[in-house]
Ligand binder design. Structure first.
Ligand code: CDP
Ligand code: CDP
Length: 206
């Protein structure tokens, strides 16, 4: 049976970590849709025209080196503002969402545009300072030399670009459960996310 869980939110809110844990809990598949935009952004940095890159995207492109780097993140949010790039990625995401056995998709517009009919929707967020701190610590652990202030400025820049673009801007769906993780550790956030999905499953059955 298909069951779609949509998890949206700004950068480093905890979407990916929560999505993986929720998918494991329910035995569902998980698609990190940010990787699609990162793969296109990465190709743009290599000189490929972004709409052509999006139309020709292949599964192995999602495993390219360096997709998690800050410059690719910025490039991703630039190509993500191009309507033709977004349009080229819709069918793949929708097909994944309806796969047999259930799916968790995380991104920016899953609950609003890609899967407005998702059975469960979460909007995971946290303050920009908390999110920048998490991303800074991640980068630091990977040996990337940068300053917290730079990561904070990049986080704000990407938030602004993602929330103000005309096509599929970042915003919570009206029926999304908002989960602010500013003061929640990962375990606590996962418990709340699973409870929200259980509540949606219960209401769907009843
Ligand atoms: O996918 P997204 O960019 O929203 O965030 P993530 O990659 O899941 O999480 C970013 C970082 O924040 C990771 O290092 C997580 O371990 C950490 N995190 C946290 O410290 N507390 C949370 N409640 C959620 C995530
Ligand atoms: O991990 P993090 O939250 O930092 O970023 P991501 O989820 O990998 O997304 C990278 C960029 O792709 C975002 O800043 C958005 O501009 C774009 N994106 C989008 O527009 N729509 C999605 N469904 C997912 C990502």
């Amino acid at each position: 049976m298909a069951f779609t869980i949509a998890i949206d939110g700004p950068a480093a809110a905890g979407k990916g970590t929560i999505s993986q844990a929720v998918a494991r809990h329910f035995g569902f598949g998980h698609l990190d849709t940010g990787l699609l935009y990162r793969a296109v952004g990465r190709q743009m940095l290599d000189g490929v025209e972004p709409v052509a890159a999006a139309r020709g995207l292949m599964a192995e492109d999602l495993e390219a080196e360096g997709l998690r780097s800050p410059d690719v993140a910025q490039a991703a949010s630039k190509v993500a503002a191009i309507p033709e790039v977004r349009a080229a990625l819709v069918d793949f995401q929708r097909a994944y969402a309806r796969r047999a056995g259930g799916a968790v998709l995380d991104g920016r517009d899953i609950g609003t545009v890609i899967c407005p009919e998702a059975e469960a929707k979460l909007f995971v967020t946290a303050s920009p300072e908390v999110r920048a701190r998490r991303r800074y610590e991640e980068l630091h652990a990977q040996g990337v030399e940068t300053a917290y202030e730079i990561v904070l400025a990049e986080t704000r820049e990407r938030d602004h670009r993602d929330a103000t673009r005309a096509d599929a801007p970042l915003r919570p769906a009206e029926d999304a459960v908002v989960l602010d993780t500013s003061e929640l550790d990962i375990d606590a956030a996962v418990v709340r996310a699973i409870a929200a999905v259980d509540a949606a499953r219960g209401s769907g059955e009843g």
